[in-house]
Ligand binder design. Structure first.
Ligand code: HDD
Length: 710
């Protein structure tokens, strides 16, 4: 089959000039010298000492010695892909940006998804926020929208970012725990910085353990500005809405997936693109008129607040598709540098103090991570348009700027590069009127830290609330300090009393009437804590349906992984009917057998086994199907892991289907005790199976499933 993942765009064509391909080529040194031995160093005599003269050895080893660069200080673990963005409808009334006006364009993009806290090699299913960074190579310059999969952030001012990160990263004395927020230092910080509570409760929800990077939303988080050609400003929040809906795994699965396949998300993204199932997100905008800036109960500049979609609807304006895997992980995914400061005419910043600090941090970090102010010349980071200015030299200068002048103004270089006129599309910062005193403080309008966590919790379905409760019990249960847990319980009680009661039961602790140190004096010297932690709660909206995954899309089984449990003698007629229908909808069927190699169906045809039962786990699949066949059942029953496989699928509320004798295997598992379950399908039509898998999970089963000791 022709590789569908080789879709080209202007940027991938640009990258081609830097690609090298060794197929059919002779090995050389970095100087182009042909090499005939790369296994033996040059010695004085066969057993003799190695000679300093050996330039081949020195070149090879020196390069190896220096082939690592510092990992990202946060978001170190990530996966990327190429694709494009296209606009459905122009929005000239809001923005003059080319990508928001030209519906004919396909703007190349490179997207990198990431976890936040873990190191580069940490497992994908950590309970964590996911980074969602989009680099748009627009004709007017590169625009980076460096967001997350949650619409708000932990802190309100960039000044606190190092403290936040130091608290969640492994504790400094013993570098434990890796890629986990469940430890004392994080909750010590969170419980003393109540602005974190909103993002914190999102991180306790299913959003922090996505089923796939392709099944999560993305958010620009900050309020940005859109600027039209009359230089008028509108406030805007950016949303990415996945075509496949927002779906998650359970915590029990996450823990097990991390062991079974710690690259689960990376592999899933790669495989989907490789097989031509290109993930897509629609771009939505929430627009607020300049004059409405102060009409909300919260401050638009506060990045710990979202604008409920019930209050300002999301307008869908375009679509992004990821359709090409990188050629080389290091060159592209590792070296890509996202900077929130990369904007284009038609988009501008607001005074959000978190955004303002980010504008400094990202450029700065690339200097130590990529090692040179010329990091923009690395192929993945080059814009698609031409670059001309008087910045010169520096480590690893790749360009050869011609001419006598490197300053402005000049006459010797004909005045070039000359300044752009506004009519030519020059960038011009929005002329915001500012009349203020210089002051190191936080606005009183940022003070409400409890209303939105409460709105989020109220908006969840009961199964989502249960997951949040269990997440808090797990996370706080891992803390060793009673006073930190109690402080958290008190704070959770300010969000929702029932939630706090349920968490307190799990922790075996009482919710304190007052916390050990009154919150306003907890850290006496810190004016910030003093002034900005009032436990007041407003209720300006009962619930916002967009916040719950119960209201996402359930209309597709594309790329869903279906485990088909078979041994020799399985029923071909059962199997082929289901296979045809499921594959037509884009599902991926995998044959799991007692052994590797081939398995023979009851019509004597051979089928390649995708995984021997010993090499795979139930948690890697979305649903289980067992075709009939007497002999096949005998084969499956001999290997007890098949029963474990089914019990786990049952525990994780997945669809389980069986035809004819397949039911006999189910009878040997916990499934046998529960006839009345809408996602246990015996001898059902393929259409019923498809509908059930599209529901993602049968959460009605949750209470029963919790009793399964799998
Ligand atoms: Fe950040 C990386 C997202 C606040 C400082 N951040 C980074 C990445 C994402 C985000 C997705 C990975 C980009 C990639 O894939 O290369 N960060 C966010 C969001 C924030 C946020 C959505 C709040 C709304 N970040 C934030 C603050 C600071 C930083 C307030 C510093 C003051 N972030 C960084 C960084 C990183 C980074 C240290 C590490 C690697 C990099 O920048 O390139 O500069």
């Amino acid at each position: 089959m022709a590789k569908k993942n080789k879709i080209e765009n202007q940027k991938t064509k640009d990258l081609k000039q830097f690609e090298t391909d060794a197929s059919g080529k002779v090995m050389t040194t970095n100087q182009g010298l042909k090499v005939n031995d790369t296994n033996n160093s040059l010695k004085s005599g066969e057993r003799g000492s190695t000679l300093l003269e050996d330039f081949l050895l020195r070149e090879k080893i020196t390069h190896f010695d220096h082939e690592r660069i510092p990992e990202r200080i946060v978001h170190a673990r990530g996966s990327g892909a190429h694709g494009h963005f296209e606009l459905y409808k122009s929005i000239p009334e809001y923005s003059k940006a080319g990508i928001f006006n030209d519906t004919e364009r396909k703007t190349p993009v490179f997207v990198r998804f990431s976890t936040v806290a873990g190191s580069k090699g940490s497992p994908d299913l950590a309970r964590d926020v996911r980074g969602f960074a989009v680099k748009m190579y627009t004709e007017e310059g590169t625009w980076d929208l460096v967001g997350n999969n949650m619409p708000i952030f932990f802190i309100q001012d960039a000044m606190k970012f190092p403290d936040l990160v130091h608290s969640v990263k492994p504790e400094p004395h013993r570098e434990i725990p890796q890629a986990a927020s469940a430890h004392d230092t994080f909750y010590d910080f969170v419980s003393h910085a109540t602005e974190t509570l909103h993002n914190q409760i999102w991180a306790m929800s299913d959003r922090a353990i996505p089923r796939s990077l392709r099944m999560m939303e993305g958010f620009g988080i900050h309020t940005f500005r859109l600027i039209n050609d009359k230089n008028e400003s509108h406030f805007v929040k950016f949303h990415w809405k996945p075509k496949l809906g927002v779906h998650s795994v359970t915590w029990d699965e996450a823990v097990k997936i991390n062991g079974a396949d710690s690259d689960f998300h990376r592999r899933d993204l790669w495989d989907a693109i490789d097989s031509g199932h290109f993930p897509e997100w629609e771009l939505g905008i929430q627009v607020v008129a300049q004059e409405d800036e102060h009409k909300f109960e919260f401050d638009l500049l506060d990045p710990t607040k979202l604008i409920p979609e019930e209050m300002v609807p999301v307008q869908i304006i375009g679509k992004m598709q990821l359709n090409r895997n990188p050629e080389n992980f290091f060159a592209e995914t590792e070296q890509v540098a996202f900077l929130p400061g990369h904007i284009v005419p038609g988009i501008d910043f607001t005074n959000d103090p978190l955004l303002q600090g980010r504008l400094f941090s990202y450029r700065d970090t690339q200097l130590s991570r990529l090692g040179s102010p010329n990091f923009h010349q690395i192929p993945i980071n080059r814009p698609i348009g031409e670059v001309h200015n008087n910045q010169r030299d520096g480590h690893m200068q790749m360009d050869i700027p011609k001419g006598q002048t490197a300053y402005f103004p000049n006459t010797l270089g004909g005045g070039c590069p000359h300044l752009a006129k506004m009519a030519e599309g020059a960038f011009h910062s929005y002329e915001e009127r500012i009349d203020a005193k210089k002051i190191r403080t936080r606005s009183e309008s940022f003070s409400d830290h409890f209303s939105q966590p409460a709105l989020f919790y109220r908006s969840l379905a009961s199964w989502e609330k249960q997951h949040v409760t269990e997440a808090y019990i797990f996370e706080l249960g891992k803390c060793t300090q009673k006073r930190i847990k109690e402080r958290m319980l008190w704070l959770i009680a300010q969000i929702d009393t029932d939630l706090a009661k349920n968490v307190s039961k799990g922790l075996g602790l009482k919710i304190p009437k007052e916390i050990d140190q009154p919150i306003n004096q907890a850290i006496g010297a810190d004016a910030d804590v003093k002034n900005h932690q009032p436990p007041k709660k407003k209720n300006y909206l009962d619930s916002d349906p967009a916040l719950s995954q119960a209201n996402t899309k359930f209309d597709s089984i594309e790329t869903r992984q279906i485990a088909v449990l078979v041994a020799d003698g399985f029923s071909m007629s059962d199997f082929s009917a289901k296979k045809k229908a499921l594959e037509k909808e884009g599902a991926m069927l995998k044959l799991i057998a007692p052994h590797g190699g081939m398995v023979v169906s009851d019509d004597n045809t051979e089928h390649e086994v995708d995984a021997a039962i010993m090499t795979t786990e139930s948690v890697l699949f979305d649903a289980v199907y067992i075709p009939g066949g007497k002999k096949s059942m005998q084969g499956l029953m001999k290997e007890s892991k098949f029963k474990k496989f089914i019990n786990e699928a049952f525990k994780h509320c997945k669809t389980i289907a069986a035809d004819h004798e397949g039911e006999e295997l189910l009878d040997k598992t916990f499934v046998a005790n529960y006839n009345d379950d809408k996602a246990i399908l015996i001898n059902e039509k393929p259409a019923t199976l498809i509908k059930s898998i599209a529901q993602h999970r049968n959460w009605d089963r949750m209470q029963i499933a919790a009793q399964v000791p799998a």
